[in-house]
Design a protein around this ligand. Structure first.
Ligand code: NAP
Length: 530
């Protein structure tokens, strides 16, 4: 299948699903030899022999095909190679995954926190011991440069390590009673079975950020990774099994996303939906969760402003803006989507920033020195193209790039566009690609007004050397995360999440644990000592 077909069919699983596997024992290597280039073939063969390249879903500790045998291809976005065919599951398999997760919950939630902690720690150790292989799988199916992919493994694994530690600190409370014969307690208990739906841009970290705290609290999970990047999820699940996380505690299903989503939403056994992805799908899930009044946390899209004031350190600002804009080729929810530059520094910044962008090497993620990989699929490139076209037609000026890369496929030139207005499509929506739009502003008030003029509220960045301004602007920005003189702010120890339409709840840090806990008030009566 060509890359263009891939992109256009991306949201239609039924169109992508193939008929039953020729033989249910068809192994990845058998598929691969016929369909992929030699380099990829060698790498996949190595990964295959490591046991981490799984090509079946995981239900109740068993590697499982779709019940009707249908499959879906996983592609390398840099080459278009079909890496492997994986099951295309739907509602039936999801219901079974929920049932086994519920069974497993009854015992996993009864383990001591110390025991859960030990197994999570073991999972962390295994993720770190296999970080090269996991990084290679991420690069193969997602496209990001290998160094960045290994960085994701470090970042993703850190959520498991943190959760292992935090498992032992899920404290309740004792409240002084207003009545002498009563004792008032607050217990923190796991919410139950969790449905965790995740996107393709961080195929490991978006899973561990949810599953780590869920397991630490005593919950069990049904993970639904993106059909575009299921292999990383399967490799992580294989390591979870090896770490002694019991069968059924971690399940992975994917394929027909709406059908799987509907099964998770309809089930009374699923007590929590945790979702990372687009705002449109997040809203649907939130509405669907109302059927059974589930707990919901949502990590949705952003429209991050990156404000560069006249008094910023130019070098720090260029480095910070570059980091936040071009990580993962611009495909992150916290990527700077609008770079607001004060008029006094605008020209200098535009020149220095464009020079820095020009020096970035584009290419396949396994090539030494490459820092910009391909976009995830053809639909993503078409979206970027349409936003650039709209901006240029309304008076914006391309300072660098502005078109598909000569490498072809889904590579796009790292791009800088000046004279952007906040009304343009590119400033109203996530571009999710390697395009940096520059907007000019005059005053601090104007910058804050433009920055907040959006329904999104995930990340924002400020570059200034003025300490009072750092405080003033950070407080005025309607965002869940603010980076001051820093473009990379994500860490497992700090709360990550958005306000407004960027989501509900927080992931990471001690606050992220609460998303998987219920509070129970217990009143002990007849407690007078006489
Ligand atoms: P998406 O289209 O919303 O997909 C996210 C997940 O939802 C995928 O697993 C997808 O499955 C699944 N899905 C789609 N329709 C569904 C339905 N009706 N029911 C249940 N599940 C459904 O988002 P994406 O394009 O993959 O990811 C990019 C978006 O994620 C961007 O907006 C980005 O900002 C956001 N994001 C947010 C954060 C954050 O922390 N706030 C972090 C990363 C990304 P399939 O892929 O199999 O269709």
């Amino acid at each position: 299948m060509g890359i263009s077909q891939m992109g256009l069919l991306r949201s239609s699983c039924s169109a992508l699903c193939h008929g039953p596997r020729a033989a249910s024992v068809l192994r990845p290597s058998a598929v691969l030899t016929r369909q992929i280039s030699m380099d990829t073939q060698n790498l996949v063969a190595r990964l295959n022999s490591s046991g981490l390249l799984r090509s079946q879903c995981l239900i109740g500790g068993k590697w499982t095909e779709a019940y009707d045998g249908k499959t879906i291809p996983v592609h390398n976005p840099a080459t278009g190679d079909v890496l492997v065919n994986v099951p295309c599951m739907g509602g039936q398999e999801t219901n079974d995954a929920i049932s086994v997760a519920y069974e497993a919950f009854l015992s996993w939630s009864k383990l001591t926190a110390a025991e859960r902690s030990k197994r999570l720690r073991k999972w962390y150790d295994l993720l770190m011991a296999n970080k090269e292989e996991l990084g290679q799988i991420i690069t193969l199916e997602q496209g990001k440069p290998l160094k960045e992919a290994i960085g994701e493994v470090n970042y993703g694994a850190a959520f498991i390590e943190f959760s292992a530690e935090e498992a032992k600190r899920i404290y309740g409370d004792i409240i002084p009673s207003p009545l002498a014969d009563r004792r008032l307690l607050v217990l923190k208990q796991p919410v139950g079975v969790v449905g965790a739906i995740t996107p393709w841009n961080f195929p490991l970290a978006m899973i561990t950020r949810k599953v780590g705290p869920a397991l630490a609290c005593g919950c069990t999970v049904v993970i639904k990774p993106s059909e575009l990047t299921p292999l990383t999820a399967l490799a992580a699940a294989e390591l979870a099994l090896q770490a002694g996380i019991p069968p059924g505690a971690v399940n992975v299903v994917f394929g027909n996303a709406p059908e799987i989503g509907d099964a998770l939403l309809a089930s009374r056994q699923v007590r929590k939906i945790t979702f990372t992805g687009s705002t449109a799908v997040g809203k649907k899930l939130m509405a669907g969760a109302a059927q059974t009044v589930k707990k919901v946390s949502l990590e949705l899209g952003g429209n991050a402003p990156c404000i560069i004031f006249d008094d910023a350190d130019l070098e720090v600002a260029v480095r910070g803006a570059l980091g936040t804009k071009f990580r993962n080729s611009g495909q992150t929810c916290v990527c700077a989507n609008r770079i607001l530059v004060q008029e006094g520094i605008y020209e200098k910044f535009a020149i220095a920033f464009s020079q820095a962008v020009q020096s970035m090497q584009v290419g396949e993620g396994f090539t030494e020195g490459v820092v910009q990989g391909p976009l995830i699929n053809e639909a993503a490139v078409q979206k970027v193209e349409s936003f650039v076209k709209d901006a240029v037609s309304k008076g914006a000026k391309v300072l660098l790039g502005g078109k598909r890369h000569s490498l072809g496929m889904t590579f796009y030139e790292p791009t800088v566009i000046g004279d952007i207005k906040n009304e343009m499509l590119i400033a109203r929506n996530e571009v999710f690609g390697p395009v940096a739009p520059l907007l000019r502003f005059k005053t601090e008030e104007e910058a804050i007004r433009i920055a907040n003029d959006t329904d999104a509220g995930l990340a924002a960045y400020v570059f200034t050397e003025n300490v009072q301004r750092m405080w003033r602007v950070s407080e005025a920005l309607e965002y869940g995360l603010v980076g001051v003189n820093e473009g990379l702010v994500s860490t497992e120890v700090a709360p990550f999440g958005g306000v407004k339409e960027s989501g509900l709840g927080r992931e990471g840090s001690k606050y992220g644990m609460d998303e998987f806990l219920e509070m129970k008030y217990v009143c002990l009566g007849n407690m007078s000592s006489s």
